[in-house]
Design a protein around this ligand. Structure first.
Ligand code: NAP
Length: 454
């Protein structure tokens, strides 16, 4: 930067990409002022609301985020919705730059008849429900059905399948929200079918996740060996030395296919090369019509093409898990097709090129892909672009966080600080101890705020 001024940056969203952006800003200049806005009173985004309750190790990354939050120039402004409680224009008045790290809150649709029938859900709402996200606590899932179908073969689909496949004892001591645990404990789902539109070589799930499906207490994995037969292009993909992912997945699938059927009361069945074309049913979903696919194109760019051959699979519960999608914020350009904020290297683009002061990182920047760690280099790239631009950008009009607090107070917004959040977290841990759980989440904003009044 040409001048030596201290930057004031607002980060919108408190998931991994937001915290890694804060870290990159502090590493570049420890004097930077970072105010992180979050619409919930609780931080960590998908680490709290997305990562599966039975994968606690992944959640330990919050310790890294807590260290970042402890920086003397960091402030958390929780329970503040940007675009409603404070506008983007107002943020621009008070901050030199705004980094949107607001993730992808919605989900992609299949665009097929029957998609909105009762009994048809998105993986995102199921995940948010069992993780106690306040917006989803009242969702209802009819778990009296014998068969559940999950379409899409990424790790989110795998989480949904595994949670449906686990016994109450396997979930009891996790941080799953109590309402979801009680409901799942009564589940009558006995067959979980994971369906992919492409073949086993193209499946996106990672090897530890698929392997875990073969090590559950009371659920047998099932794959028809005929479904693992590969076309020429898939074989080329599999045998390419650069492909580190699919051979390991194939080894697990081969092992599943060779397994003798045991006496488990639940089964996890994997199907390939099938695309849903219609959800059928009267009052609620009763079956799914699939079209059989073949693959077309070149290795690593194979796409599915319907063959005009159909198969109907009965089910009482259906989840689509075909990717998340960002949602717009008033005052920020939005790419409707991709569901992201259009950007180049993190610089948000309007019709006339980069929009001054606006940046993006994480899923709202690149789309819903990658693991938590992927967000670190992504946020570094955005922060580098931001800092390079600041030499040419005049200081903001009113560089004062107290004015932001005044504005929010005048609108009746109760801002939750990081210390407030830590009080909520302590109360959650105490609630969890009674049930021998790491914590018992509060699942409504009112409950969370009431902790602060005690
Ligand atoms: P994903 O990995 O992109 O998987 C999406 C799946 O949906 C793919 O199998 C895709 O098939 C399929 N799909 C897309 N459109 C479809 C359509 N119209 N019809 C049928 N299938 C369709 O996304 P995700 O599972 O939502 O996960 C998002 C990111 O979070 C991923 O990077 C994932 O690894 C990560 N994550 C990681 C963990 C973990 O580390 N344990 C847990 C959860 C999530 P195609 O391949 O044919 O497009």
């Amino acid at each position: 930067m040409a001048n030596d001024r201290v930057l004031r940056v607002a980060i919108v969203g408190s998931g991994p990409s937001g915290f890694y952006a804060a870290e990159a800003l502090f590493k570049a200049d420890a004097r930077t002022r970072v105010d992180m806005f979050e619409r919930l009173p609780t931080p960590y985004g998908l680490v709290r609301g997305g990562v599966a309750p039975d994968h606690p190790k992944i959640k330990s990354v919050t310790r890294v985020f807590d260290r970042i939050a402890a920086h003397e120039n960091f402030a958390f402004l929780g329970n503040v919705t940007v675009g409603r409680d404070i506008s983007v224009e107002e943020l621009i008045r008070h901050y030199d730059a705004i980094i949107f790290a607001c993730g992808a809150e919605a989900d992609r649709r299949l665009g097929i008849p029957g998609e909105d029938l009762p009994g048809s859900h998105t993986a995102t709402e199921f995940v948010a429900w069992y993780n106690g996200h306040p917006d989803y606590r009242n969702r209802m899932f009819d778990l009296s059905a014998e068969t559940a179908i999950v379409v899409g073969q990424g790790n989110v689909a795998m989480d949904v399948c595994r949670i449906l496949a686990k016994t109450p004892d396997e979930l009891r001591h996790t941080d799953m929200a109590a309402h979801a645990f009680e409901f799942l404990a009564e589940s009558r789902v006995r067959e979980i079918i994971l369906v992919g539109r492409r073949g086993p070589v193209q499946a996106k799930f990672t090897t530890p996740e698929i392997r875990e499906m073969g090590a559950l207490a009371d659920c047998a994995p099932m794959v028809d060996p005929a479904e693992l037969a590969l076309d020429e292009m898939s074989r080329a993909e599999l045998e390419d030395p650069s492909n580190k992912h699919s051979p390991k997945n194939m080894a697990v699938l081969d092992e599943f296919a060779a397994r003798a059927l045991g006496g488990s009361s639940r089964c996890f069945r994997i199907r390939f090369l099938l695309s849903p074309t219609e959800l059928k049913g009267g009052e609620r979903v009763e079956s799914v019509l699939f079209e059989r696919n073949r693959l077309e194109g070149q290795p690593f760019a194979l796409s599915s093409r319907g063959m005009g051959v159909f198969e109907e699979i009965p089910c009482g519960l259906f989840f689509r898990s075909v990717g998340y999608r960002g949602v717009p914020i008033p005052g920020v350009p939005f790419d409707e097709r991709r569901g992201v904020f259009p950007n180049r290297n993190g610089r948000i683009l309007g019709n006339g090129g980069p929009v001054p002061r606006l940046y993006a990182t994480g899923w709202i920047k690149r789309g819903p892909s990658g693991i938590i760690g992927t967000n670190k280099p992504d946020s570094v790239e955005t922060v580098e672009a931001l800092r390079a631009d600041m030499a040419e950008t005049p200081p903001c009009e009113a560089p004062d966080t107290s004015l932001v607090h005044e504005l929010l107070a005048s609108r009746g917004v109760r801002v939750v600080s990081f210390a407030d959040w830590q009080k909520i977290a302590t109360a959650e841990i105490a609630r969890g101890a009674k049930a021998e759980k790491p914590l018992e989440k509060f699942v409504s904003v009112e409950e969370m705020l009431s902790v602060l009044d005690t």
